[in-house]
Structure formats: structure tokens, C-alpha cells
Ligand binder design. Structure first.
Ligand SMILES: [Zn+2]
Length: 340
């Protein structure tokens, strides 16, 4: 097994103005993603503690403006697929409705309007709400793969919950992507995972779960899915869910999908309890031929550092491609374990 969990503790000396200018040694960590080798930075705070963010004024304001996803406007204001692609133009699963993205950013980009409700607070997000929506996304990925085999295959289902996470509308919706080339990070993972399999005769995620299962970053299981506090986080409170098999959307069983969403629900409840007001979540897939890959899930918290306005994205991510976080994955796992 050659999963390399490389971390470097950096010590910085300064005279501390908060403590009478006594000499202080401050720690930070540089970690390297065990799959891609990407550098990430951690400035560790022991506890996540944000003031409660009140979305009410933004929700109320957004209700006064036009929302294309609300039941009164969805039919007239969202695009439709040609009938020979999706008969009727839109996919419906339970209360979820999948429509084309009006502003596509890949060959196939769909949006799943998850519910008729304009605003769903974190505590009211249910597995059922997610299940219908992710099923609509999966159905779309399968149809796109069948109708356009050359223009699909590298795909994912994504969720930007609330504006801090990049959601352009309050109304809950998923972003579904499929194209002939992977996204940048997906491509790095796929290449590295195939190399890992070739060099080690094993799947990277199987080995990762094996090595983490006994350790301080292991959170627990929901059915078939193992949950880990991500060793090298891409953002705050970064959690990875790993399934025991499968590469492409066709490989994902209903029970495995439910297991993943049960895990998301537990993590979202935790975010709510520590006042993390927004999140990004993803289910990553690859074409079956990318044999080293494994379907897995990831969910990260989004927030603003300053109570009024602000961003959790800085020069480090934008100009240097260095993800960073304020929270140690080991503390996160400790906090989350009791919920699994
Ligand atoms: Zn709405």
C-alpha cells in the first residue's frame, strides 16, 4: 500500500501583540493530496465557530424578484430539450425537475430544480429531497451518454447550496455536467488513480479507506459508504465519501446512492450545528474505461470570514491554485464521528 499522507508543520516565530508581545511559535501545515500531490494549506483553529448567519433578508429579497425555478414560472421560464433528446423536454423525478442550463459551460450541462420550495433551510434538507434530484441527474447522464457517446462520459453531479457556495439562485438546484474531457481536478484524479492502479495493482480509494479506517480521520459508515475527514482539504470542513465499487453513473445502485445521501444529510446537519451557512457537494464519476477511478462524494463548507461581507476565496486559490482551510481534518472527524 503506498498511500502517501505527507504533511509538513511550519513553525513561524513572532512577538505576539495579543499576548504582551511575548515570543510565540505559530504553527501552520502544508499537506499534499495523497492522490494528485496537490499542495494545500491549513492555518489551524481548533474549533469552528461562526456567528449564526441569517439568510432571511436575502431570501425575502429574492422572493420579491423573479425566480425561474418557482412553480409559477418554471414551465415558461426554463428551457426545454428537443423531444428527440428528452421526450417532453424535461425530466421529472418526484418533485425534482431537470432542465437544460440556460447558460451552458460544457457540452451537456443540466440543472435540477430540486423542489417547488423557493428556500429550504439546511435542517429541512431530507434524503428523499436529495434522492429524487440526484436520480434526475443520473437519468440525464445516462440519456446523454446513450445519445451522444462521443461527447459525454466525464461527468459529475454538483450542488452549490446558497450564494456563499456560488449558487446564483436561492432556489435549491443541482448542476449536472458531462463532456468529452474531464474537469481539471477530475482529470488529475483520474490520471493519478489509473497510475496508482497500474503501479500498485489496487484501487487508490480502497487503499485510502484501509489506511484511514483505524485512524483519526475516519468518521464512520452509512451502509456501503465510508466517510473520511479529507486528509488534504480543498476547503473548510471537507468530507469524502467512498463507495466500495463503481466508476460510471451506470454502476451506481439505488442503495449506494441512498447511502451517500444519508452521509450528506449527516454532514449538512453538522454544518448547521456549527453555523457553516453554505456548502458545495459533488458526486464524481468517470467513464468505465478509466479503471483506476472510483465513484466518490465530497462535501465542503462555505462561509465568509467577516460577519458583514467577504469571501473564503483569496489569492491562494485564485492566483496560486492552493486550497486552504482553517480547520484540522482530525478535529473535524472527532466532531462528526458521533453523528455516524
Ligand atoms: Zn424560487
Amino acid at each position: 500500500m503506498t498511500v502517501n499522507l505527507k504533511r509538513v508543520v511550519n513553525k513561524t516565530l513572532y512577538h505576539d501583540p495579543m499576548n504582551n508581545f511575548e515570543l510565540r511559535e505559530a504553527d501552520s501545515e502544508t499537506r499534499f493530496d495523497p492522490l494528485t500531490g496537490q499542495l494545500v494549506r491549513i492555518f489551524p483553529f481548533r474549533k469552528i465557530g461562526f456567528p449564526r448567519f441569517d439568510w432571511t433578508p436575502y431570501v425575502e429579497e429574492s422572493r420579491k424578484r423573479f425566480c425561474p425555478f418557482c412553480p409559477d414560472s418554471l414551465e415558461a421560464a426554463t428551457p426545454r430539450y428537443p423531444d428527440d433528446f428528452i421526450p417532453g423536454g424535461r425530466l421529472k423525478v418526484g418533485e425534482a425537475v431537470l432542465v437544460p442550463n440556460l447558460h451552458p459551460y460544457e457540452k451537456h450541462t443540466a440543472v435540477v430544480v430540486m423542489t417547488p420550495r423557493h428556500y429550504v433551510p439546511m435542517r429541512e434538507i431530507t434524503v428523499k429531497l436529495m434522492l429524487d434530484s440526484f436520480n434526475a441527474g443520473l437519468e440525464f447522464l445516462k440519456i446523454a451518454a446513450e445519445k451522444d457517446p462521443g461527447g459525454t462520459g466525464y461527468c459529475s453531479i454538483n450542488w452549490n447550496y446558497m450564494p456563499y457556495a456560488g449558487g446564483s439562485l436561492i432556489h435549491p438546484h443541482l448542476q449536472v455536467i458531462s463532456g468529452p474531457e474531464p474537469s481539471s481536478y477530475d482529470g488529475q484524479m483520474i490520471t493519478a488513480a489509473n497510475e496508482y492502479k497500474e503501479n500498485n495493482g489496487a484501487n487508490f480509494w480502497d487503499d485510502l479507506v484501509k489506511i484511514e479506517r483505524e485512524g483519526e480521520r475516519y468518521i464512520g459508515k452509512t451502509g456501503a459508504a465510508d466517510w473520511l475527514a479529507t486528509f488534504a482539504p480543498r476547503a473548510l470542513v471537507d468530507v469524502t465519501g467512498v463507495l466500495p465499487g463503481g466508476v460510471s453513473p451506470e454502476d451506481l445502485s439505488q442503495s449506494a446512492l441512498e447511502n451517500v445521501l444519508e452521509g450528506f444529510k449527516k454532514v449538512v446537519d453538522y454544518y448547521d450545528s456549527v453555523n457553516v451557512p453554505a456548502f458545495n457537494a459533488v458526486l464524481y464519476f468517470a467513464p468505465r474505461a478509466e479503471e483506476g477511478f472510483r465513484i466518490h462524494a465530497r462535501i465542503v463548507g462555505r462561509y465568509t470570514i467577516f460577519p458583514v461581507v467577504g469571501s473564503d476565496v483569496s489569492h491562494l486559490q485564485v492566483l496560486h491554485n492552493d486550497p486552504w482551510t482553517l480547520h484540522m481534518p482530525e478535529s473535524l472527524a472527532g466532531d462528526l464521528k458521533t453523528r455516524f
